[in-house]
Write a protein that binds this ligand. Structure first.
Ligand code: PGA
Length: 251
């Protein structure tokens, strides 16, 4: 397990600039002595409002929900790593299940994005997870191993621990269905195994592995206490400042 505890909120296509400012006005978790790393992923259009309004305690890091691998060019609608860093974000979600399943993002594209982030100092959170059909067919391990191996494929020997992984079973995202702590531990153990086969020994243990999928104030503490769960990636319950604060407090 990583020493680092991470609480991340993926707002998806919610909270424009005005409601982003309102969120940060109200977000005031009581975090005690060893606060977790807090990261919020607002829509790209709300990043400037988040940079301007996140001030004060606790420290909140910012990220984007998607990234392009090219530095610049004719890629309508996309943002590059250097633009994102310039705008004040330091993290990027890569390969979120909605990017893969709604927008058709492939393992190969995920690998290009991870490589672009890691080579330029933006920390990617690589998202992997099986669909319900894959799970029922007993293919959970095969699917998440393939996704993580592919995502790391472009990096070979130059890779350290400068990224995170999020296990998000597709059937648990936005559905109210949550994996049990034991399910999360099982999948995270598979992913830790891939990291051990890919990275130097010390680095493999340092990479935080987050669980995501219907995390709420009522189940966060139990999930966060499961073996190999280093943090959570929260969608719906991160939109409300109070419920996201409660989740942060349970770390
Ligand atoms: P959810 O989303 O918490 O609303 O299930 C999680 C995610 O997609 O990151």
């Amino acid at each position: 397990m990583s020493e680092q505890r991470v609480i991340a909120g993926n707002w998806k296509m919610h909270h424009g600039p005005s409601s982003t400012r309102a969120f940060f006005r109200d977000f005031a978790p009581d975090l005690g002595e060893s606060p977790p790393t807090l990261i919020v992923f607002p829509p790209a259009l709300s990043l400037a409002a988040a940079v301007e309004s996140r001030g004060g305690r606790p420290e909140v890091h910012l990220g984007v929900q998607n990234i392009h691998w090219e530095e610049k060019g004719a890629f309508t609608g996309e943002s590059s790593v250097s633009m994102v860093l310039d705008a004040g974000a330091t993290y990027a979600l890569v390969g979120h299940s909605e990017r893969r399943h709604v927008f058709g993002e492939t393992d190969g594209e995920v690998a290009l994005k991870v490589y672009a982030c890691v080579s330029s100092g933006l920390t990617p959170i690589i998202c992997v997870g099986e669909t319900l059909d894959e799970r029922r067919a007993g293919r959970l391990e095969e699917v998440i191993e393939r996704q993580l191996r592919a995502a790391l494929g472009g990096l070979t020997d130059r890779l350290g621990a400068e990224f995170m992984v999020a296990y998000e079973p597709v059937w648990a995202i936005g559905t109210g269905e949550t994996a049990t702590p034991a399910d999360a531990t099982g999948a995270h153990t598979v992913l830790r195994g891939v990291l051990r086969n890919t990275l130097e020994e010390g680095d493999a243990e340092e990479v935080p592995i987050l669980y995501g999928g219907s995390v709420k104030p009522g189940n966060a503490a139990e999930l966060l206490s499961a073996a190999e769960v280093d943090g959570v990636l929260v969608g719906g319950a991160s939109l409300d400042a109070e419920s996201f604060a409660q989740i942060a407090e349970s770390a």
